[in-house]
Design a protein around this ligand. Structure first.
Ligand code: FE
Length: 333
């Protein structure tokens, strides 16, 4: 991994790294933690001899850093989670399109930017979880129905500040229009059993502890807690199977505008959408491969198959500002 260097040192690395080696490495700025990405990059290096250097940090500072580095940019690729974040990077003008038939064949269009500035690599559903002790699955139907009186004082949610909930709300607006979406979100807030939580694990743990009966979380958080405790009295429910389907979001990657090694970076992204990398990348974090030809792990498959919302996930970005305002009006903290 590339240590964090001041700009000058990073620049020197680019300038004096030598052009002979230039195509033999790719530099990735990643908001995903080392454990999730290192095995994938190691496999690529083993197969191709191309080194992948990466810096990990939160997405906002990484994006600012790419912007600040400008034409002297060190990063070839930005790897992060949520279409809302990738869309932000696109709006900041720090990405450039990758034109690739391989990526277009491997990843369905709803999981890519229409601008080709980024592509999804793995998928996660943001779905309903429920207490197996206090809820029968037959009581559950849709995200919208969590606003019903039936769930008064029984719902747990994560904070509205998290992009995952902003993206969920953005797709709600896309599906129902603003007025109805606001009514639904107000219903959720009105049904809260407790203050909102700072993370998804706490939502699941609150259901386990009896503080609430239902919640909305990303599937891999459930997967991790379930792996630690197979007797976890909480289960996944797939909502909206009779209409639009489950809200699916992604982790994804984009080529930076001033990438020093654009061709090598493109080849890495193409490889990451292929079968071997997809399997490795998705399985490490209990996610779904974005390439539909690749099967999820047995653990993930055990949650059952479901119909996913076919809405292009970039809607999460396009309507993010609207979603944040709506959540604020609805009192979702
Ligand atoms: Fe997460």
């Amino acid at each position: 991994m590339l240590p964090r260097k001041p700009l000058l040192a990073a620049l020197a690395l680019t300038l004096f790294g030598g052009t002979a080696q230039a195509a033999d490495e790719v530099v990735v700025y990643s908001s995903r933690i080392d454990e999730l990405i290192k095995p994938v990059f190691d496999a690529y290096t083993a197969e191709t001899g191309v080194k992948v250097k990466f810096i990990t940090d939160k997405e906002a500072p990484l994006m600012q850093r790419i912007k600040a580095e400008g034409e002297n940019g060190v990063a070839d690729l930005l790897l992060t989670v949520d279409a809302g974040n990738l869309w932000q990077a696109e709006q900041m003008g720090i990405l450039q399109p990758i034109k690739s038939d391989i990526i277009d064949q491997n990843i369905p269009p709803q999981y890519r930017a229409s601008s080709h500035d980024w592509t999804g690599l793995s998928l996660r559903a943001r779905t309903i979880v429920y207490s197996t002790e206090r809820v029968k699955p037959a009581e559950l139907t849709t995200y919208e129905a969590l606003a019903d009186k039936h769930w008064e004082g029984r719902l747990c949610l994560r904070t509205a500040k998290k992009v995952y909930n902003q993206s969920l709300t953005a797709t709600l607006i896309e599906n129902h229009g603003e007025a109805k979406a606001e009514q639904i979100v107000k219903g959720w807030v009105g049904n809260l059993a407790t203050d909102v939580f700072s993370d998804d694990n706490s939502v699941i743990q609150a259901i386990e502890a009896g503080q609430c009966d239902v919640g909305v979380v990303n599937t891999y958080y459930y997967g991790r807690l379930h792996a630690q405790n197979p007797k976890l009295p909480v289960k996944i429910f797939w909502p909206n199977q009779g209409d639009r389907g489950v809200h699916v979001n992604l982790s994804g990657i984009g080529l930076t505008k001033h990438a020093p090694h654009p061709e090598a970076a493109k080849q890495l992204v193409e490889w990451m959408t292929g079968e071997k990398a997809q399997k490795l990348f998705a399985d490490i974090n209990q996610e779904f491969p974005a390439n539909p030809k690749v099967k999820p792990s047995a653990e993930v498959a055990a949650w059952g198959s479901f119909k996913a919302d076919s809405i292009p996930v970039e809607v999460a970005g396009k309507r993010q500002a609207e979603a944040i305002r709506l959540m604020d009006r609805a009192g979702w903290n």
